[in-house]
Design a protein around this ligand. Sequence first.
Ligand code: 6GU
Length: 229
Amino acid sequence: MKFTFVTLFENLVSPYFEDSILKRAIEKDLLSIEFFNPRDFTTNKHSKVDDYQAGGGAGLLLNAQPLFDTLKKIRHTNPNAYFVFPAPAGKPFVQADAKRLAKKENIVFVNGRYEGIDERVVEEFANEIFSIGDYVLTGGELASCVMSDAISRNISGVLGNEDSLSEESFEGMLLEAPSFTKPATFESKTTPSEFLKGNHAKIANLKNKMAKLKTQYFRPDLYARSCTK
Ligand code: 6GU
């Protein structure tokens, strides 16, 4: 998988790939990243990339021309490039999207800043528009990091232990059960005794009960959906 980030602020994104699991994925050639800055594609004297909104409205928009030319170049280089636009007005990004997109060869995250992107660029290039939650960020970069992280861990070989993919939250529509490590007693709090006895069927049963209770308590919306499946 290649992630292409179109951004005015490469430094907001690149450090995220310089440590831990994603760093190792790059070293193992399972993942690569590249950056394009629309400022390099400006045709005006002062390399200006933003402008007032037609018809008024607060805040600046990214101009169509530099961004359009950036994306045209990317598409010309790779006709299979898949364009994802992070935006608060997109559809909610969920685990099923992370899994599906992990099969693409090249995902291009097109990051707006300011109040957004000229709609004609969205119309021409966007394969999908995603939001990562009901709040507004100052730009798409954090959302792109969030989505590329969630996608990466679904690429075969990226996680050390692929089992962790099937047991975790959202795979079975329930939140993950609480987990514990050593020692058995810590700060006078004890690990549930079943976990220490080693009967795997009983532990699985207890974990499932805990997962249901936790989901009911923290995410009644998810729980209601899991009951209908
Ligand atoms: Cl994807 N982008 C921005 N700018 N704000 C957001 C978002 C995305 N998702 C939630 N808020």
